[in-house]
Write a protein that binds this ligand. Structure first.
Ligand SMILES: Nc1ncnc2c1ncn2[C@@H]1O[C@H](COP(=O)(O)OP(=O)(O)O)[C@@H](O)[C@H]1O
Ligand SMILES: [Mg+2]
Length: 458
Protein backbone atom coordinates (compact mmCIF):
# COMPACT_ATOMS: atom_id res chain seq x y z
CA UNK A 1 0.00 0.00 0.00
CA UNK A 2 2.95 2.27 0.68
CA UNK A 3 3.75 2.14 -3.04
CA UNK A 4 0.43 3.80 -3.72
CA UNK A 5 1.51 6.89 -1.85
CA UNK A 6 4.91 7.14 -3.36
CA UNK A 7 5.24 10.32 -5.41
CA UNK A 8 4.14 9.40 -8.96
CA UNK A 9 1.33 7.12 -7.75
CA UNK A 10 -0.34 9.62 -5.46
CA UNK A 11 -1.28 11.74 -8.48
CA UNK A 12 -3.00 8.68 -10.04
CA UNK A 13 -4.87 8.05 -6.79
CA UNK A 14 -5.98 11.69 -6.72
CA UNK A 15 -7.07 11.29 -10.36
CA UNK A 16 -9.15 8.21 -9.46
CA UNK A 17 -10.73 10.04 -6.55
CA UNK A 18 -11.68 12.90 -8.90
CA UNK A 19 -13.23 10.45 -11.41
CA UNK A 20 -15.17 8.74 -8.58
CA UNK A 21 -16.38 12.06 -7.24
CA UNK A 22 -17.54 13.02 -10.74
CA UNK A 23 -19.29 9.66 -11.34
CA UNK A 24 -20.74 9.93 -7.80
CA UNK A 25 -22.15 13.32 -8.68
CA UNK A 26 -23.60 12.06 -12.02
CA UNK A 27 -24.98 8.83 -10.47
CA UNK A 28 -26.57 10.70 -7.56
CA UNK A 29 -29.00 12.15 -10.15
CA UNK A 30 -30.09 8.60 -11.09
CA UNK A 31 -29.62 6.50 -7.96
CA UNK A 32 -31.59 7.76 -5.06
CA UNK A 33 -30.60 5.14 -2.54
CA UNK A 34 -27.52 6.52 -0.81
CA UNK A 35 -26.16 3.09 0.24
CA UNK A 36 -26.38 1.69 -3.27
CA UNK A 37 -24.59 4.80 -4.57
CA UNK A 38 -21.76 4.37 -2.02
CA UNK A 39 -21.50 0.63 -2.84
CA UNK A 40 -21.25 1.35 -6.60
CA UNK A 41 -18.63 4.02 -6.01
CA UNK A 42 -16.68 1.74 -3.67
CA UNK A 43 -16.68 -1.07 -6.24
CA UNK A 44 -15.58 1.43 -8.89
CA UNK A 45 -12.79 2.63 -6.61
CA UNK A 46 -11.61 -0.94 -5.90
CA UNK A 47 -11.59 -1.78 -9.64
CA UNK A 48 -9.58 1.37 -10.44
CA UNK A 49 -7.19 0.60 -7.58
CA UNK A 50 -6.64 -2.97 -8.79
CA UNK A 51 -5.96 -1.60 -12.29
CA UNK A 52 -3.56 0.89 -10.87
CA UNK A 53 -1.68 -1.72 -8.83
CA UNK A 54 -1.46 -3.99 -11.85
CA UNK A 55 -0.24 -1.09 -14.01
CA UNK A 56 2.32 -0.14 -11.34
CA UNK A 57 3.68 -3.66 -10.96
CA UNK A 58 3.84 -4.38 -14.67
CA UNK A 59 5.23 -1.10 -16.03
CA UNK A 60 6.17 1.53 -13.52
CA UNK A 61 8.30 -0.63 -11.19
CA UNK A 62 10.41 -2.22 -13.97
CA UNK A 63 10.89 1.16 -15.68
CA UNK A 64 12.08 2.62 -12.41
CA UNK A 65 14.53 -0.29 -12.07
CA UNK A 66 15.64 0.19 -15.69
CA UNK A 67 16.26 3.92 -15.06
CA UNK A 68 18.36 3.07 -12.01
CA UNK A 69 20.43 0.56 -14.01
CA UNK A 70 20.99 3.05 -16.82
CA UNK A 71 22.03 5.64 -14.22
CA UNK A 72 24.63 3.18 -12.89
CA UNK A 73 25.92 2.55 -16.42
CA UNK A 74 26.15 6.29 -17.07
CA UNK A 75 28.22 6.58 -13.90
CA UNK A 76 30.64 4.01 -15.36
CA UNK A 77 29.53 0.91 -13.46
CA UNK A 78 29.32 -1.43 -16.45
CA UNK A 79 28.60 -4.41 -14.22
CA UNK A 80 25.10 -3.08 -13.43
CA UNK A 81 22.38 -5.40 -14.86
CA UNK A 82 18.58 -5.27 -15.00
CA UNK A 83 16.60 -8.53 -14.91
CA UNK A 84 12.98 -8.82 -15.92
CA UNK A 85 11.51 -12.34 -15.91
CA UNK A 86 8.72 -11.78 -18.45
CA UNK A 87 9.48 -11.62 -22.16
CA UNK A 88 7.29 -8.59 -22.90
CA UNK A 89 8.33 -5.09 -24.02
CA UNK A 90 10.06 -4.46 -20.68
CA UNK A 91 11.75 -7.88 -20.97
CA UNK A 92 13.11 -6.82 -24.37
CA UNK A 93 14.23 -3.50 -22.88
CA UNK A 94 16.07 -5.31 -20.07
CA UNK A 95 17.88 -7.51 -22.61
CA UNK A 96 18.95 -4.45 -24.62
CA UNK A 97 20.14 -2.59 -21.53
CA UNK A 98 22.16 -5.62 -20.39
CA UNK A 99 23.67 -6.05 -23.85
CA UNK A 100 24.57 -2.36 -23.88
CA UNK A 101 26.25 -2.69 -20.48
CA UNK A 102 28.20 -5.75 -21.68
CA UNK A 103 29.36 -3.96 -24.82
CA UNK A 104 30.39 -0.90 -22.91
CA UNK A 105 32.24 -3.08 -20.43
CA UNK A 106 34.14 -4.83 -23.24
CA UNK A 107 34.90 -1.52 -24.89
CA UNK A 108 36.20 -0.04 -21.68
CA UNK A 109 38.39 -3.13 -21.04
CA UNK A 110 39.75 -2.86 -24.58
CA UNK A 111 40.37 0.83 -24.20
CA UNK A 112 42.10 0.25 -20.88
CA UNK A 113 44.26 -2.47 -22.42
CA UNK A 114 45.15 -0.27 -25.35
CA UNK A 115 46.06 2.64 -23.16
CA UNK A 116 48.13 0.33 -20.94
CA UNK A 117 49.89 -1.07 -24.01
CA UNK A 118 50.52 2.42 -25.31
CA UNK A 119 51.93 3.66 -22.02
CA UNK A 120 54.09 0.50 -21.75
CA UNK A 121 55.45 1.16 -25.23
CA UNK A 122 56.02 4.85 -24.51
CA UNK A 123 57.68 4.12 -21.19
CA UNK A 124 59.93 1.41 -22.54
CA UNK A 125 61.15 2.99 -25.74
CA UNK A 126 64.86 3.53 -25.81
CA UNK A 127 64.32 7.19 -26.73
CA UNK A 128 63.08 9.97 -24.52
CA UNK A 129 59.62 11.33 -25.39
CA UNK A 130 58.05 14.65 -24.39
CA UNK A 131 54.61 15.83 -25.49
CA UNK A 132 54.05 19.59 -25.45
CA UNK A 133 50.80 21.41 -26.22
CA UNK A 134 50.56 24.53 -28.40
CA UNK A 135 50.97 26.77 -25.34
CA UNK A 136 54.20 25.06 -24.34
CA UNK A 137 52.88 23.02 -21.42
CA UNK A 138 54.27 19.50 -20.99
CA UNK A 139 51.62 16.77 -21.04
CA UNK A 140 53.73 13.64 -21.04
CA UNK A 141 57.28 12.52 -20.39
CA UNK A 142 58.43 8.92 -20.52
CA UNK A 143 60.80 7.00 -18.28
CA UNK A 144 63.81 7.61 -20.50
CA UNK A 145 63.44 11.38 -20.02
CA UNK A 146 63.51 10.83 -16.26
CA UNK A 147 66.67 8.71 -16.74
CA UNK A 148 68.27 11.43 -18.81
CA UNK A 149 67.33 14.56 -16.88
CA UNK A 150 66.33 13.25 -13.43
CA UNK A 151 63.27 14.14 -11.32
CA UNK A 152 59.86 12.47 -11.46
CA UNK A 153 57.05 12.78 -14.07
CA UNK A 154 55.28 15.17 -11.67
CA UNK A 155 58.19 17.62 -11.98
CA UNK A 156 57.44 17.97 -15.69
CA UNK A 157 53.73 17.41 -16.29
CA UNK A 158 51.73 20.64 -16.37
CA UNK A 159 54.80 22.89 -16.45
CA UNK A 160 56.09 25.09 -19.27
CA UNK A 161 58.87 23.28 -21.10
CA UNK A 162 61.37 26.14 -20.69
CA UNK A 163 60.79 26.22 -16.93
CA UNK A 164 61.70 22.57 -16.37
CA UNK A 165 64.07 21.72 -19.21
CA UNK A 166 67.20 23.78 -18.89
CA UNK A 167 68.97 22.99 -22.12
CA UNK A 168 68.89 25.83 -24.64
CA UNK A 169 69.04 23.39 -27.55
CA UNK A 170 65.74 21.83 -26.42
CA UNK A 171 64.15 25.29 -26.27
CA UNK A 172 65.39 26.05 -29.75
CA UNK A 173 64.11 22.73 -31.11
CA UNK A 174 60.62 23.45 -29.73
CA UNK A 175 60.58 27.04 -30.98
CA UNK A 176 61.78 26.08 -34.46
CA UNK A 177 59.32 23.17 -34.68
CA UNK A 178 56.49 25.59 -33.80
CA UNK A 179 57.80 28.34 -36.05
CA UNK A 180 58.55 26.37 -39.21
CA UNK A 181 55.94 23.64 -38.55
CA UNK A 182 58.29 20.91 -39.67
CA UNK A 183 60.67 18.39 -38.06
CA UNK A 184 63.79 19.92 -36.51
CA UNK A 185 66.90 17.99 -35.52
CA UNK A 186 69.72 19.07 -33.17
CA UNK A 187 72.55 17.39 -31.31
CA UNK A 188 73.69 18.38 -27.84
CA UNK A 189 75.50 17.09 -24.78
CA UNK A 190 74.14 16.58 -21.33
CA UNK A 191 75.91 15.85 -18.05
CA UNK A 192 74.46 13.56 -15.42
CA UNK A 193 76.51 12.68 -12.34
CA UNK A 194 79.58 13.98 -14.16
CA UNK A 195 79.01 11.52 -17.03
CA UNK A 196 78.83 13.08 -20.45
CA UNK A 197 75.99 12.00 -22.72
CA UNK A 198 75.64 12.77 -26.40
CA UNK A 199 72.01 13.35 -27.30
CA UNK A 200 70.09 14.06 -30.44
CA UNK A 201 66.72 15.77 -30.37
CA UNK A 202 64.01 15.72 -33.01
CA UNK A 203 61.15 18.17 -32.55
CA UNK A 204 58.07 17.22 -34.58
CA UNK A 205 55.00 19.48 -34.70
CA UNK A 206 51.59 17.79 -34.40
CA UNK A 207 48.45 19.03 -36.09
CA UNK A 208 44.72 18.56 -35.50
CA UNK A 209 42.16 17.47 -38.13
CA UNK A 210 41.88 21.07 -39.36
CA UNK A 211 45.64 21.17 -39.90
CA UNK A 212 46.18 23.55 -37.03
CA UNK A 213 49.21 23.29 -34.78
CA UNK A 214 48.25 21.30 -31.68
CA UNK A 215 51.63 20.90 -30.06
CA UNK A 216 54.92 19.10 -30.55
CA UNK A 217 56.52 15.77 -29.78
CA UNK A 218 60.16 15.84 -28.78
CA UNK A 219 62.10 12.64 -29.30
CA UNK A 220 65.50 12.52 -27.65
CA UNK A 221 67.94 9.80 -28.68
CA UNK A 222 70.95 8.79 -26.64
CA UNK A 223 73.74 8.59 -29.21
CA UNK A 224 76.57 8.28 -26.68
CA UNK A 225 77.51 4.73 -27.73
CA UNK A 226 77.50 5.70 -31.39
CA UNK A 227 79.61 8.78 -30.69
CA UNK A 228 82.09 6.71 -28.68
CA UNK A 229 82.37 4.20 -31.52
CA UNK A 230 82.90 7.04 -33.96
CA UNK A 231 85.64 8.48 -31.74
CA UNK A 232 87.21 5.03 -31.38
CA UNK A 233 87.19 4.58 -35.13
CA UNK A 234 88.78 8.00 -35.64
CA UNK A 235 91.40 7.17 -33.02
CA UNK A 236 92.03 3.84 -34.68
CA UNK A 237 92.58 5.40 -38.08
CA UNK A 238 94.91 7.97 -36.54
CA UNK A 239 96.81 5.22 -34.71
CA UNK A 240 97.10 3.01 -37.77
CA UNK A 241 98.38 5.91 -39.84
CA UNK A 242 100.90 6.73 -37.16
CA UNK A 243 102.05 3.10 -36.84
CA UNK A 244 102.46 2.83 -40.61
CA UNK A 245 104.20 6.16 -40.90
CA UNK A 246 107.12 5.29 -38.63
CA UNK A 247 108.49 2.27 -40.56
CA UNK A 248 107.70 3.85 -43.93
CA UNK A 249 109.56 7.07 -43.05
CA UNK A 250 112.49 5.03 -41.89
CA UNK A 251 112.46 2.80 -45.02
CA UNK A 252 112.30 5.87 -47.25
CA UNK A 253 115.07 7.66 -45.36
CA UNK A 254 117.43 4.70 -45.44
CA UNK A 255 116.67 3.99 -49.11
CA UNK A 256 117.45 7.61 -49.99
CA UNK A 257 120.72 7.51 -48.09
CA UNK A 258 121.50 4.20 -49.74
CA UNK A 259 121.00 5.74 -53.17
CA UNK A 260 123.44 8.49 -52.32
CA UNK A 261 126.03 6.10 -50.86
CA UNK A 262 128.58 4.80 -53.37
CA UNK A 263 128.24 1.07 -54.08
CA UNK A 264 131.82 0.55 -52.96
CA UNK A 265 130.80 1.14 -49.31
CA UNK A 266 129.60 -2.43 -48.82
CA UNK A 267 129.41 -2.26 -45.00
CA UNK A 268 126.98 0.69 -44.91
CA UNK A 269 124.98 -0.86 -47.73
CA UNK A 270 124.44 -4.08 -45.82
CA UNK A 271 123.62 -2.28 -42.59
CA UNK A 272 121.03 -0.04 -44.28
CA UNK A 273 119.54 -2.90 -46.23
CA UNK A 274 119.05 -4.92 -43.08
CA UNK A 275 117.34 -1.92 -41.44
CA UNK A 276 115.08 -1.61 -44.47
CA UNK A 277 114.38 -5.34 -44.27
CA UNK A 278 113.52 -5.19 -40.55
CA UNK A 279 111.25 -2.18 -40.99
CA UNK A 280 109.42 -3.78 -43.89
CA UNK A 281 109.06 -6.94 -41.80
CA UNK A 282 107.48 -4.81 -39.06
CA UNK A 283 105.13 -3.32 -41.63
CA UNK A 284 104.18 -6.79 -42.77
CA UNK A 285 103.45 -7.92 -39.20
CA UNK A 286 101.36 -4.83 -38.59
CA UNK A 287 99.35 -5.29 -41.76
CA UNK A 288 98.84 -8.99 -41.00
CA UNK A 289 97.54 -8.15 -37.52
CA UNK A 290 95.27 -5.45 -38.94
CA UNK A 291 93.87 -7.92 -41.44
CA UNK A 292 93.24 -10.50 -38.70
CA UNK A 293 91.40 -7.88 -36.64
CA UNK A 294 89.29 -6.67 -39.53
CA UNK A 295 88.38 -10.26 -40.42
CA UNK A 296 87.30 -10.91 -36.81
CA UNK A 297 85.22 -7.76 -36.83
CA UNK A 298 83.35 -8.51 -40.02
CA UNK A 299 79.64 -8.84 -39.44
CA UNK A 300 79.33 -12.17 -41.21
CA UNK A 301 82.36 -13.58 -39.39
CA UNK A 302 81.84 -17.21 -38.46
CA UNK A 303 83.96 -19.45 -36.29
CA UNK A 304 85.13 -22.64 -37.87
CA UNK A 305 84.28 -24.86 -34.91
CA UNK A 306 85.70 -28.34 -34.62
CA UNK A 307 86.49 -30.92 -31.97
CA UNK A 308 90.10 -30.22 -30.98
CA UNK A 309 92.35 -32.79 -29.41
CA UNK A 310 94.45 -31.05 -26.73
CA UNK A 311 97.46 -33.37 -27.18
CA UNK A 312 97.40 -32.87 -30.92
CA UNK A 313 97.19 -29.09 -30.54
CA UNK A 314 100.20 -29.08 -28.24
CA UNK A 315 102.12 -31.23 -30.72
CA UNK A 316 101.22 -28.89 -33.57
CA UNK A 317 102.54 -25.77 -31.92
CA UNK A 318 105.41 -27.11 -29.80
CA UNK A 319 108.17 -27.09 -32.50
CA UNK A 320 107.55 -23.41 -33.19
CA UNK A 321 107.31 -22.28 -29.59
CA UNK A 322 110.20 -24.45 -28.41
CA UNK A 323 112.35 -22.88 -31.09
CA UNK A 324 111.27 -19.37 -30.04
CA UNK A 325 111.99 -20.12 -26.37
CA UNK A 326 115.41 -21.47 -27.23
CA UNK A 327 116.25 -18.42 -29.28
CA UNK A 328 115.35 -16.11 -26.40
CA UNK A 329 117.06 -18.25 -23.78
CA UNK A 330 113.88 -18.98 -21.85
CA UNK A 331 112.85 -22.19 -20.04
CA UNK A 332 109.55 -23.35 -21.43
CA UNK A 333 107.28 -25.86 -19.66
CA UNK A 334 104.26 -27.40 -21.38
CA UNK A 335 101.41 -29.04 -19.38
CA UNK A 336 98.15 -30.67 -20.30
CA UNK A 337 95.75 -31.27 -17.41
CA UNK A 338 92.50 -33.24 -17.43
CA UNK A 339 91.36 -32.45 -20.91
CA UNK A 340 90.98 -34.61 -23.96
CA UNK A 341 89.00 -32.66 -26.46
CA UNK A 342 87.16 -29.37 -26.66
CA UNK A 343 85.18 -27.51 -29.27
CA UNK A 344 86.62 -24.33 -30.78
CA UNK A 345 88.09 -22.73 -33.89
CA UNK A 346 91.51 -24.40 -34.07
CA UNK A 347 93.38 -21.73 -36.02
CA UNK A 348 92.07 -18.98 -33.75
CA UNK A 349 92.97 -20.90 -30.60
CA UNK A 350 96.49 -21.36 -31.98
CA UNK A 351 96.61 -17.62 -32.61
CA UNK A 352 95.63 -16.94 -28.98
CA UNK A 353 98.35 -19.26 -27.66
CA UNK A 354 100.99 -17.82 -29.99
CA UNK A 355 100.13 -14.21 -29.15
CA UNK A 356 100.18 -14.89 -25.40
CA UNK A 357 103.47 -16.81 -25.62
CA UNK A 358 104.94 -14.09 -27.85
CA UNK A 359 104.34 -11.58 -25.08
CA UNK A 360 105.62 -13.94 -22.39
CA UNK A 361 108.86 -14.44 -24.35
CA UNK A 362 109.21 -10.75 -25.24
CA UNK A 363 108.60 -9.41 -21.75
CA UNK A 364 110.65 -12.00 -19.85
CA UNK A 365 114.39 -11.51 -19.56
CA UNK A 366 116.80 -14.21 -20.65
CA UNK A 367 116.93 -17.19 -18.28
CA UNK A 368 113.32 -16.66 -17.14
CA UNK A 369 110.56 -19.24 -17.05
CA UNK A 370 107.45 -19.47 -19.18
CA UNK A 371 104.79 -22.15 -18.88
CA UNK A 372 101.87 -23.02 -21.09
CA UNK A 373 99.09 -25.07 -19.49
CA UNK A 374 96.00 -26.41 -21.19
CA UNK A 375 93.26 -27.95 -19.11
CA UNK A 376 89.62 -27.98 -18.16
CA UNK A 377 87.83 -26.76 -15.08
CA UNK A 378 84.08 -26.57 -14.36
CA UNK A 379 82.91 -27.25 -17.92
CA UNK A 380 85.41 -24.72 -19.22
CA UNK A 381 88.52 -25.25 -21.22
CA UNK A 382 91.42 -23.01 -20.30
CA UNK A 383 94.75 -21.87 -21.70
CA UNK A 384 97.15 -20.40 -19.19
CA UNK A 385 100.42 -18.64 -20.00
CA UNK A 386 102.58 -17.79 -17.03
CA UNK A 387 105.90 -15.97 -17.09
CA UNK A 388 108.49 -14.70 -14.64
CA UNK A 389 108.99 -11.51 -16.63
CA UNK A 390 108.84 -7.76 -16.07
CA UNK A 391 105.14 -7.76 -15.17
CA UNK A 392 102.61 -4.99 -15.76
CA UNK A 393 101.80 -2.14 -13.39
CA UNK A 394 98.28 -2.32 -11.93
CA UNK A 395 97.09 0.95 -13.53
CA UNK A 396 97.97 -0.34 -17.00
CA UNK A 397 96.21 -3.70 -16.59
CA UNK A 398 92.72 -2.61 -17.73
CA UNK A 399 94.19 -1.03 -20.86
CA UNK A 400 96.49 -3.69 -22.28
CA UNK A 401 93.72 -5.21 -24.41
CA UNK A 402 93.16 -1.89 -26.20
CA UNK A 403 94.49 -1.64 -29.72
CA UNK A 404 97.98 -0.15 -29.90
CA UNK A 405 98.24 0.23 -26.15
CA UNK A 406 101.72 -0.60 -24.90
CA UNK A 407 103.13 -0.09 -21.44
CA UNK A 408 106.58 0.58 -22.85
CA UNK A 409 106.39 1.67 -26.50
CA UNK A 410 110.09 1.38 -27.25
CA UNK A 411 110.38 -2.09 -25.74
CA UNK A 412 107.34 -3.34 -27.64
CA UNK A 413 108.70 -1.99 -30.94
CA UNK A 414 112.12 -3.46 -30.36
CA UNK A 415 110.64 -6.90 -29.87
CA UNK A 416 108.61 -6.60 -33.07
CA UNK A 417 105.34 -5.93 -31.23
CA UNK A 418 102.50 -4.32 -33.13
CA UNK A 419 100.43 -3.43 -30.07
CA UNK A 420 97.59 -5.51 -31.48
CA UNK A 421 98.42 -8.98 -30.09
CA UNK A 422 96.20 -8.81 -27.02
CA UNK A 423 93.42 -6.97 -28.89
CA UNK A 424 93.30 -9.96 -31.25
CA UNK A 425 93.30 -12.38 -28.27
CA UNK A 426 90.40 -10.49 -26.67
CA UNK A 427 88.43 -10.54 -29.90
CA UNK A 428 88.91 -14.26 -30.47
CA UNK A 429 87.90 -15.00 -26.87
CA UNK A 430 84.80 -12.83 -27.21
CA UNK A 431 83.59 -14.54 -30.37
CA UNK A 432 84.00 -17.87 -28.54
CA UNK A 433 81.92 -16.44 -25.64
CA UNK A 434 84.89 -16.98 -23.38
CA UNK A 435 86.60 -14.96 -20.69
CA UNK A 436 90.10 -13.65 -19.86
CA UNK A 437 91.71 -13.32 -16.46
CA UNK A 438 94.98 -11.53 -15.88
CA UNK A 439 97.24 -11.38 -12.85
CA UNK A 440 100.48 -9.50 -12.88
CA UNK A 441 103.04 -8.10 -10.52
CA UNK A 442 105.86 -5.85 -11.59
CA UNK A 443 109.27 -7.54 -11.71
CA UNK A 444 107.68 -10.85 -10.71
CA UNK A 445 105.66 -12.00 -13.68
CA UNK A 446 102.37 -12.22 -15.44
CA UNK A 447 99.73 -14.95 -15.70
CA UNK A 448 97.06 -14.69 -18.37
CA UNK A 449 94.29 -17.30 -18.41
CA UNK A 450 91.81 -17.62 -21.23
CA UNK A 451 88.61 -19.59 -20.59
CA UNK A 452 86.52 -21.01 -23.41
CA UNK A 453 83.25 -22.92 -23.06
CA UNK A 454 84.06 -26.61 -23.54
CA UNK A 455 80.94 -27.30 -25.59
CA UNK A 456 80.56 -24.16 -27.56
CA UNK A 457 76.91 -23.06 -27.67
CA UNK A 458 77.41 -21.28 -31.00
N1 LIG B 1 103.45 -11.10 -20.44
C1 LIG B 1 103.57 -9.79 -20.38
N2 LIG B 1 104.43 -9.22 -19.52
C2 LIG B 1 104.56 -7.88 -19.46
N3 LIG B 1 103.88 -7.01 -20.21
C3 LIG B 1 102.99 -7.51 -21.08
C4 LIG B 1 102.79 -8.93 -21.22
N4 LIG B 1 101.84 -9.11 -22.15
C5 LIG B 1 101.47 -7.90 -22.59
N5 LIG B 1 102.17 -6.92 -21.96
C6 LIG B 1 102.01 -5.47 -22.16
O1 LIG B 1 100.81 -5.25 -22.88
C7 LIG B 1 101.04 -4.51 -24.06
C8 LIG B 1 100.11 -4.97 -25.15
O2 LIG B 1 100.39 -6.28 -25.58
P1 LIG B 1 100.14 -6.68 -27.08
O3 LIG B 1 98.76 -6.28 -27.41
O4 LIG B 1 100.51 -8.09 -27.27
O5 LIG B 1 101.08 -5.72 -27.88
P2 LIG B 1 102.64 -5.85 -28.21
O6 LIG B 1 102.66 -5.93 -29.66
O7 LIG B 1 103.22 -4.60 -27.68
O8 LIG B 1 103.13 -7.07 -27.56
C9 LIG B 1 102.50 -4.78 -24.37
O9 LIG B 1 103.05 -3.72 -25.10
C10 LIG B 1 103.11 -4.88 -23.01
O10 LIG B 1 103.41 -3.59 -22.51
MG1 LIG C 1 102.24 -8.91 -28.27
Amino acid sequence: MRALFSKPLISYVIGILLVITTTGFVLSQVIENFFILIAVLLIEFIIFLLFLLHFYDKYMKPIKKATKTVDEIVKGNYRARFHHPVNDTIGQLSKRINALARNLSELSIQEQMQSEQLSTVIDNTESGLILIDSKGYIHLVNRKIIDMFGGTPKDYRGYLYYDVLENEVIHEAVQKAFLYEKNIKYAFTNYKNKDKFYLEIVGAPIFNERNMLKGAVLVIYDITEMKKLELMRKDFVANVSHELKTPITSIKGFAETLMETPLTDGGTHNEFLSIIYNESHRLQLLIEDLLILSKLEKEDFKLDLEEIDAEQLMEDISPLIKHQAQEKGIHLALNIQEVNTFEADKERVKQVIINLLDNAFNYTPKGGNVSLSIGSKEEQFYIQVKDTGIGIEQEALPRIFERFYRVDKARSRNTGGTGLGLAIVKHIVEVHHGDIKIESEQDTGTTITVFLPQDNPL
